[in-house]
Write a new protein. Sequence first.
Length: 129
Amino acid sequence: MKIKICVDANIIISALIGGVERNILFDSKFDFITTDFTIKEVEKYLPIIEKKSGVEASKIKFALSLLPIKVYSKEHYADKIKEADELIGEIDKKDVDILALTLKFECYVWTEDGDFETIDKVIRTRDFV
């Protein structure tokens, strides 16, 4: 059985730039998931990713679509929004969706975001390598 892991935007951005996260995302031991909101956040950073990677934005967007990450809409985790907001909403509202999906699937969230320090089920890139 694969281990389900919820992926935060900073991990996806790093993978698109060329970080070790890219290799981890293709590890067949894991089932990676994220939110529509997270993908929209990543897309906001396309110009920065383009500049850092030297790859044009259209190709980065295509690469994003190829990453083995299942994307869930808010309706799939709506029942966990309130709980997630209580846990992290005062720290950063942009983290509520990813935490709600994490709570819904009772899995780990993979992030390098320091805002998740108070959350128990966090995994960092260094935990994979």
